[in-house]
Ligand binder design. Structure first.
Ligand code: DLL
Length: 432
């Protein structure tokens, strides 16, 4: 029932994973120290001697890196290979507009294809299946990562890219799409247009969704709405793109590919590791990348390790809980700390509430307040929404109920968080 792209590597014993990570960590530290002046200077400043580096036992001595480093080193200051060895690049601009660039050699593209190919096969895709790739093909890593992986898994690619939902649906019907990849909120858009045009996608069985907050309530809506199995795929520009991990058909956590990456969860402020089961900042080290392997990259994502035990699917790679959000999106309102995806989870408990919402944080001279605008079917009242939010968050924000289709839609990542400062122009950050 459970299938693998590379059974041997996906089911290594814990001791074998540790041994492989130890060997690869030593190699990657030596590679970065030798080929990147930027890395060499950082090891020196941190008192790490690459020649005497002991592997996992010394992991905690390595300095962290973050998006800030990528931005300061734009365009290729962190690269470990000469420009003429590069084969591709991707870039994300995030909410601040300053670019983060990830260069790839041909070997890196193979590494990406291996990771992403595993995800497809893990989800149940079979060689020859039609795979419709709806994330954008361009600087965003989503489209191309899905493409490279689909080649590895032997799928028939329908590379629609983002947008034109009516045509997406026609192509999915005409070419019998069985596997579809999408940014989470785009799958909602597809569901809406299907309902409006009174159509269905009878061949679609597997949905692979990610790139933004994905609460359990949202997963259920998408599963039930499309009548498919829905998978939560994780990855980011800095670790080489989509597909560093995904949940398996047991849906008991996101398997992170531990032969390719070391995953740590650390305290956001102190950088100290937190025990499995506790929340912290997900931190990633790339073990097998050539052009720009990140070492202890602090992702800014809040999450936790659920387990390192073997899964019912046979895979042994550790499992992360659903990502709870960006640490810098944590909200403190009326003395209560919470993340936007808790608002999402709460809203979706109310029958008739639709998965299109906006969270508006208003700062009135240091006093923060929250508004939640949400689309809902006729019959849903503000009181019903307030009551649920009060029950789950401990206070009830203000907000309005909108008719279906009234809130703006996006073709890429949905913009859901808006900041307003009283007395200043709207900043309107967020959305990641
Ligand atoms: O969003 C890669 C991707 C594309 C993943 C398509 C899945 C599907 P970036 O644009 O660099 O890359 O954004 C990475 O998006 O740090 C998280 O904050 C968020 N993110 C990615 N996957 C998930 C997920 C792509 N499954 C940033 N759940 C990450 C929650 C996610 N957040």
């Amino acid at each position: 029932m459970f299938r693998y792209l590379n059974e041997e590597l996906e089911t290594l014993s814990r001791a074998q994973i540790t041994e492989l990570q130890n060997k690869r960590l030593k190699e990657i530290v030596a590679h970065t120290a030798k080929n990147s002046p930027w890395s060499a200077a950082r090891y020196k400043a941190a008192g790490v001697d690459p020649a005497n580096f002991r592997g996992l036992a010394d992991l905690h001595k390595l300095p962290f890196c973050s998006k800030k480093d990528f931005r300061e080193q734009y365009p290729l200051g962190m690269s470990c290979v000469p420009r003429n060895k590069l084969a591709e690049m991707h870039m994300s601009s995030g909410s601040t507009g300053t670019p983060v660039v990830m260069p790839y050699t041909l070997a890196d593209l193979k590494q990406w294809a291996r990771c992403m190919g595993r995800c497809y096969i893990m989800a149940g895709a079979n060689p020859g299946d039609t795979c419709q790739i709806t994330p954008g093909f361009g600087l965003f890593n989503g489209g191309f990562g899905c493409y490279h992986g689909a080649r590895e898994a032997g799928l028939f690619v329908v590379p629609t890219g983002a947008g034109n939902t009516v045509r997406q649906i026609k192509l999915a019907r005409d070419f019998q799409t069985r596997v579809m990849v999408a940014v989470v909120s785009y799958s909602i858009r597809i569901m809406e247009i299907l309902a409006e045009t009174n159509q269905s996608l009878p061949d679609l069985k597997i949905g692979i969704f990610g790139a933004e907050s994905f609460s359990p309530g949202m997963k259920k809506r998408i599963r039930d709405g499309l009548g498919i199995d829905a998978f939560d795929i994780y990855g980011m520009t800095e670790t080489g793109g989509i597909g560093s991990g995904m949940d398996c058909p047991a849906h008991e956590g996101i398997h992170m590919w531990e032969d390719e990456y070391i995953i740590e969860v650390v305290d956001h402020e102190t950088g100290e590791p937190v025990p499995d089961g506790e929340f912290g900042e997900i931190t990633v080290t790339s073990l097998t990348r050539e052009a720009l392997p990140v070492i202890r990259f602090k992702t800014g994502d809040r999450g936790r390790i659920l387990t390192r035990e073997k899964c019912v699917c046979g895979r042994t790679h550790l499992r992360l809980d659903t990502i709870s959000g960006r640490l810098d999106d944590m909200l403190i309102i009326s003395g209560v700390n919470f993340f936007p995806n808790q608002v999402e989870q709460s809203l979706l408990k109310v029958p008739g509430v639709l998965p299109n919402y906006q969270i508006i944080i208003r700062d009135d001279h240091g006093i923060k307040s929250l508004r939640v605008n949400v689309e809902a079917e006729p019959g849903v009242t503000g009181y019903m929404v307030e009551k649920q939010l009060k029950e789950d968050l401990g206070f009830s924000p203000e907000g309005d109920i909108y008719k279906p289709g009234e809130l703006p839609r996006s073709e890429g990542k949905a913009k859901r968080i808006f900041y307003e400062t009283v007395g200043e122009e709207n900043k309107n950050e967020g959305g990641k």
